[in-house]
Design a protein around this ligand. Structure first.
Ligand code: A2P
Length: 332
């Protein structure tokens, strides 16, 4: 069957990663179209050694397109994903627009691949911090149900897009050169600083990123019983997110059991060398497919043995976005 694939937001940080992942995984297609705003229309993108012209996204862009990978922001998805689905295109959407829609499957292939089957034209790719967390947490939850998760994130600039990555680089140079820095993309200076995640704060004091980690995890785990609290922070790292995760299981679980489960878990690599003080780092998870997991230890504040601590790091642009979306497309 001939297959026409479109990448929406092809010039963005996730869009560019889509291209790399498609190339590396030898994704099969017959025709590929790169869509972005009118600002980029006419620019050239080199893909698999061949030049492709970027085309402006319009309501007519999806005629004859079988699969569209969307990463151009929530408002673009809200408007164009239903248009694409109505044209017969299957959309894998990286934005938050449809994630909590009961009609739309929200999928991490290592967690709930079977949910893909229920799609009605749109499948949502979860939030990047959520994806990175659930890859190692789900296999533990399957063996012994988790009652409570306490997560603190250390999120890279890439989560705010390509312009935010550039801003971090430029700011770092400017600060070192003694120049005054005026943030334009992110709300505060990120170079040599960190700040609470730049999403809207709700009435209960949680920001939107923190709420996503709670609601999206529950949707994918098909469980409202799991209690989750999150604190999300932006750190001056270009592209991989890290997270400290504290788990309370329903029953005692040993550190040894956790190590064994994680050693066999798909998409996970245990990096946990206490002697060398070598644990997951964004420098080492960047550009890789696996979520690195380390600092695995029994939580001493839970003397009944039900608590586990761990620290993880995963590439926000790859597993947190483009790779997960392409893996969803592969499930189809
Ligand atoms: P463009 O480069 O033409 O602005 P990032 O998340 O890294 O900021 O990337 C956002 C992506 O979404 C870019 O590819 C951007 O294209 C695309 N985009 C933004 N606004 C629109 C729009 N109105 N129509 C189509 N694509 C858009």
């Amino acid at each position: 069957m001939s297959r026409h694939v479109a990448v929406v937001g092809a010039t963005g940080a996730v869009g560019q990663e889509f291209l790399r992942v498609l190339e590396q995984r030898k994704f099969t297609y017959d025709r590929i179209t790169f869509l972005a705003s009118s600002r980029s229309a006419g620019k050239t993108i080199t893909f698999q050694g061949r030049p492709h012209t970027v085309v402006e996204l319009t309501e007519k862009s999806f005629e004859g397109v079988d699969l569209a990978l969307f990463s151009a922001g929530g408002s673009i998805s809200k408007k164009f994903a239903p248009i694409a689905a109505a044209a017969g295109t299957v959309v894998v959407d990286n934005s938050s627009a449809f994630r909590m829609d009961p009609q739309v499957p929200l999928v991490v292939p290592e967690v709930n691949p079977e949910d893909v089957k229920a799609h009605k034209g749109i499948i949502a790719n979860p939030n990047c911090s959520t994806i990175i967390m659930v890859v190692p947490v789900w296999p533990l939850h399957r063996v012994c149900p988790i009652q409570r998760l306490v997560v603190s994130t250390y999120q890279a600039a890439s989560g705010a897009g390509y312009q935010a990555m550039l801003e971090l680089e430029e700011q770092s140079r400017d600060v070192l050169a003694g120049k005054t820095v005026t943030p334009k993309i992110l709300p505060h200076r990120l170079a040599f600083n960190l700040f609470s995640h730049n999403s809207k704060i709700g009435d209960n004091g949680y920001n939107e990123e923190e709420v996503k980690m709670v609601t999206e995890t529950r949707k994918m785990f098909h469980s409202d019983a799991i209690q989750i609290t999150a604190t999300c922070v932006r750190v001056p790292v270009p592209r991989a997110h890290s997270e400290s995760i504290n788990i309370t299981f329903a029953k005692p679980v040993s550190e040894k059991q956790v190590r064994e489960i994680l050693a066999a878990a798909p998409g996970v690599r245990v990096v946990d060398d206490r002697e060398k003080n070598h644990f997951p780092m964004p420098l080492e998870s960047s550009n890789g497919d696996d979520v690195l997991v380390g600092r695995i230890r029994q939580d001493i504040s839970q003397p009944d043995g039900r608590g586990i601590e761990m620290f993880i790091s995963g590439d926000q642009l790859r597993k947190g976005a483009a790779l997960n979306a392409v893996q969803i497309a592969e499930l189809l």
